[in-house]
Design a protein around this ligand. Structure first.
Ligand SMILES: NC(=O)c1ccc[n+]([C@@H]2O[C@H](COP(=O)([O-])OP(=O)(O)OC[C@H]3O[C@@H](n4cnc5c(N)ncnc54)[C@H](O)[C@@H]3O)[C@@H](O)[C@H]2O)c1
Length: 272
């Protein structure tokens, strides 16, 4: 039997599906970030991309990535999604640079290390609020900040969630509850913003090794279990997730909103 791990990857060529579009990517921390793969897929398809970064340390990582990818000093702006003044500032900077935008990616999540393992019943009030603020409320905050830049021509918003928001996944704990809120938030936003032709969707990937994921207890065991049982018998790559986000930013998805799309090799369909 041929294992799907050994099948040569399809060569993805550019079809310029996002030609003429401008978008903002929120959530690149380093080269393993899913958001970095999404940015690359969007640029491959002809979009002009701007980035936000959380603080100077992340900016230095971004600059290294830009250099390695031969990008000529793309637009970037500092943004901590929990700070209203930085949201207003970022929106203003983006407006000055791009005028209107066509899309943005929300790839932001955070919980205290100690909340991502052990017994969920011990979740602290502080830890709960922090996870919700950074990982869920931030979608509302970003939509509010960037709405004026998308109202004229319509737009597309994509946020990244995880199956742990719908089902119990060991150790995901407080982040699962934040993802449940994020998914519900996306549907309320889709309802609100639909009349402006602004679409809001969730992409729900299987586990991928990134900086955030490494904070979850036993993450490598999750990866191993996933590739053993998922229908496609492999782990998901950031590039596979990125192409789905790119599709949702493109006009080919123009009637899709308030939807959750799984990019998880079929894992979410399993009972046993
Ligand atoms: N890696 C996985 O297995 C996986 C699976 C499903 C969903 N996701 C989701 O994908 C998204 C991206 O995560 P990733 O795995 O690429 O990890 P990552 O660590 O590369 O990205 C997380 C990003 O969140 C940003 N962030 C955290 N707090 C912030 C704040 N207050 N203000 C602004 N930015 C802040 C970080 O700077 C970082 O860029 C997250 O929402 C995550 O939950 C990841």
């Amino acid at each position: 039997m041929i294992s799907t791990e050994t099948i040569e990857k399809p060569k993805v060529v550019s079809n310029m599906l996002l030609k003429g579009k401008k978008g903002i990517i929120v959530g690149v921390a380093n080269k393993w970030s899913i958001a970095w793969a999404v940015a690359q897929a969007c640029m491959r398809e002809g979009a002009e991309i701007g980035f936000t970064y959380q603080g100077e340390r992340v900016l230095r990582n971004l600059e290294k990535l830009f250099k390695e990818a031969n990008l000529n000093d793309p637009f970037s702006v500092n943004l901590d999604v929990t700070k209203d003044e930085e949201l207003a500032q970022a929106s203003e900077e983006v407006r000055k640079k791009f005028g209107n935008i066509d899309f943005f990616l929300h790839a932001v999540a955070f919980a205290k290390r100690e909340e991502l393992g052990g017994e969920f019943v011990n979740t602290s009030r502080d830890g709960y609020h922090l996870a919700q603020d950074v990982s869920s409320y931030s979608l509302i905050a970003l939509a509010k900040a960037f709405k004026p830049l998308m109202e004229e021509n319509g737009g597309s918003i994509v946020a990244l969630s995880y199956l742990g928001g719908e089902r119990v996944v060991k150790n995901y704990n407080v982040m699962g509850v934040a993802k449940a809120a994020l998914e519900s938030t996306s549907r309320y936003l889709a309802y609100d913003l639909g009349s402006k032709n602004i679409r809001v969707n969730i992409v729900s990937p299987g586990p991928i090794k990134t900086l955030s994921a490494s904070g979850i207890d036993d993450f490598s065991k999750m990866l191993e279990h996933f590739r053993t049982v998922a229908p496609l018998k492999k782990n998901v790559t950031a590039e596979e997730v990125a192409d789905t986000c790119m599709f949702l930013f493109s006009d080919y998805s123009r009637a899709i909103t308030a939807e959750t799309i799984y990019v998880d090799c079929g894992y979410n369909t399993l009972a046993m």
